[in-house]
Design a protein around this ligand. Structure first.
Ligand code: ASP
Length: 321
């Protein structure tokens, strides 16, 4: 594959906040996450390390629903889901992780070339980290008690949430990168929907729903109503559409920079037509061509950069409305 620009795109969730902020508090963290992934790629690290470098920044920030910012479930506990996928087909998904501020790091450290795994977080996994070195515990953001996973921001969000006036924020985080060799990597990390039932798993760690990467097609990360993203096949249809266009013309997305956004908006509209309550957003990098994002919620926080060490060709960091 020929050398090409580096691409990074990040989201910090799609939602409908009660108040629109004048200086969105998420934006500086998105920039730090973007810089972290970018520096990792520039320093020659693999794309999955770049993805996790970005996810770690967002998992540590209470404004995002992942790691430390996870919304509590009905039992008041943080249960996180994470998945990483490489465009060669390798993947790892960890479901219902506990007491880890950085589930993405736990996933990366279990990512073995040529192997794929989807696993529920077990007591044995807990025990292994519990008895690990201090350094390893710190790398995973291991906390001693369940209570340390629930940030003040999440407590406040739950307080504001009522049956008649639900908080509909989906602040899951995700990152997709394409390296200079055209290899694609994607990751999604979430605390799931607020007050979810015990054991619930949404779209985020499911391939072809909350996360996907295929070097021949695209990489993506989704956010929003997990059950609707799952049953509508939103992300799978997006990947299928991209694949059809690439089959007809491998350069189609370079020639027509608006096309990717049109595909995303069309599939989101179709999801909404079928499931009128469905809110979702997605970031995508195609095999060739620039990243794009779209959402049907009121806002979605995003950051993207395309270029190389000499030049930034494209950059966009915002709470998009
Ligand atoms: N999609 C996530 C889930 O359903 C929630 C989110 O995007 O914030 O678990």
């Amino acid at each position: 594959m020929s050398a090409q620009s580096l691409s990074v795109i990040i989201h910090g969730g799609a939602g409908s906040p009660k108040e629109i902020q004048e200086n969105p508090r998420e934006v500086p963290f998105l920039k730090t996450a973007l810089d972290a992934a970018w520096s990792a790629l520039l320093s020659g690290q693999t794309g999955d390390k770049a993805v996790v470098a970005a996810l770690r920044v967002l998992e540590a920030c209470e404004y995002f629903d992942s790691g430390y910012g996870s919304y509590p479930n009905q039992q008041g506990l943080a249960r996180c889901d994470v998945a990483l996928m490489r465009g060669n087909g390798d993947f790892i998904s960890l479901l219902n992780t506990r007491r880890l501020i950085h589930p993405s790091q736990a996933a990366l450290d279990q990512f073995t070339p040529g192997k794929s795994l989807m696993a529920v977080w077990t007591d044995q996994m807990m025990a292994r980290i519990d008895s690990a070195s201090t350094e390893e515990k710190e790398r995973y953001g291991w906390v001693a008690t369940e209570a340390e996973m629930i940030a003040p921001f999440a407590v406040e969000a739950v307080r504001k949430h009522t049956a008649n006036s639900p908080v509909s924020n989906h602040d899951t985080v995700g990152c997709v990168v394409r390296d200079a060799q055209g290899r694609i990597f994607a990751g999604t990390s979430t605390g799931g929907i607020m007050l979810k039932p015990d054991g619930r798993v949404g779209d985020s760690p499911i391939l072809g729903a909350g996360v996907f990467a295929d070097d021949e097609v695209c990489g993506l990360s989704a956010t929003g109503d997990g059950e609707i993203i799952l049953k509508s096949l939103l992300s799978s249809y997006v990947a299928a559409d991209i694949r059809s266009f690439l089959r007809a013309d491998p350069q189609r997305f370079e020639k027509d920079p608006q096309l990717l956004k049109t595909i995303l908006s069309t599939e989101l509209a179709d999801m909404r037509r079928k499931y009128p309550k469905g809110e979702a957003g997605m970031i995508v990098i195609p095999k060739r061509g620039n990243p794009a994002y779209a959402f049907n919620s009121k806002v979605m926080s995003v950051a993207m950069r395309v270029g190389n060490s000499a030049q930034i060709e494209l950059q966009d960091i915002r709470l998009a409305q």
